[in-house]
Design a protein around this ligand. Structure first.
Ligand SMILES: [Fe+2]
Length: 283
């Protein structure tokens, strides 16, 4: 295209990119199945999901927020559990972890009767819906906040994990010289009518990949202090060795309570996926 003025430049460039971009969208769709969502992965890998989250939370980006990415692995039908229950449903190696969480409104008042969904990966880096070795709903549960806006539960400390790189997202990361690890985290989804549904992740403060999260999800506010106890007795008599403790407070905002659509709807079948680990260029 011959450029007549400055107004011509951007449309000319976009027209050239368009064909390639459409091919990219087609590839994202082709790689997406009922148990894998390449579109969600790409949105996170481009930083788009975090940007949208921060623009739409924390008083529309004006203040700090405890909101974060949903990710692909949430399941809406996780089982309801009483406060104090364990998320571990099949033998899962790992250091025991005891979590206390509080849900507050913007005035710091406790929000009672909120449903809090929790889900996380195993220490081997797999969610139960990726991993035939784990029981259905392992490391998942739904709790309800008490009059103090409080829930507490038991699990094992999660590990970081590599995101799949056998599709267009992998091509992008390789071309950019990026690693594909996510730092270890717990996922939360807080639902209470009268408040915007609050999706969050709380990252472990000892993870080596906090600075290079492939999904750009780590904000300062979301780095949790996972305290290691190796001398004090655990809150449960069956725990003899070291254990971790996390205390965390979420701040939710007034708005419309609406649940998202689950990005995947089926469990992976067959073998556990062997996921390649990409090294960061220069690392
Ligand atoms: Fe995750």
């Amino acid at each position: 295209m011959i450029i007549n003025s400055q107004e011509d430049v951007t449309p000319a460039v976009l027209a050239e990119i368009a064909q390639k971009a459409v091919g990219y969208l087609v590839a994202l769709g082709q790689r997406t199945t009922e148990s894998h969502n390449e579109v969600v992965l790409m949105s996170g890998s481009l930083g788009f999901s975090t940007l949208i989250c921060l623009l739409n939370n924390g008083n529309r980006g004006a203040t700090e927020t405890t909101a974060n990415l949903l990710g692909p692995f949430w399941r809406p039908e996780s089982p309801r559990m009483p406060n104090g229950a364990s998320l571990v449903r099949s033998p899962t190696p790992g250091v025991p972890m005891f979590v206390k969480a509080w849900v507050k409104d913007q005035d710091g008042k406790p929000v009672a009767g909120a449903d809090v969904d929790i889900w996380h990966s195993s220490t081997e880096g797999y969610y139960e819906n990726q991993d035939p070795a784990q029981a259905d709903m392992n490391l998942r549960g739904k709790f309800t906040t008490d009059a103090d806006g409080h829930i507490h539960f038991r699990s094992i400390k999660p590990a970081g994990y590599p995101i799949p790189v056998d599709g267009p997202v992998g091509d992008l990361l390789r071309q950019q010289g990026r690693a594909n690890m996510r730092p270890a985290h717990l996922h939360f989804l807080i639902y209470k009518p009268g408040f915007k549904t609050h999706v969050s992740q709380v990252y472990t403060d000892d993870d080596p990949n906090l600075e290079t999260d492939s999904q750009f999800g780590v904000t300062r506010r979301l780095i949790g202090h996972y305290v290691l106890h190796d001398k004090e007795p655990a809150p449960a008599p069956d725990v003899k060795g070291p254990w971790y403790e996390l205390d965390y407070t979420f701040e939710i905002e007034p708005g419309i309570a609406k649940l998202p659509r689950a990005p995947i709807t089926a469990k992976a079948r067959g073998e556990r996926p062997a996921i390649e680990r990409l090294k960061r260029a220069g690392a």
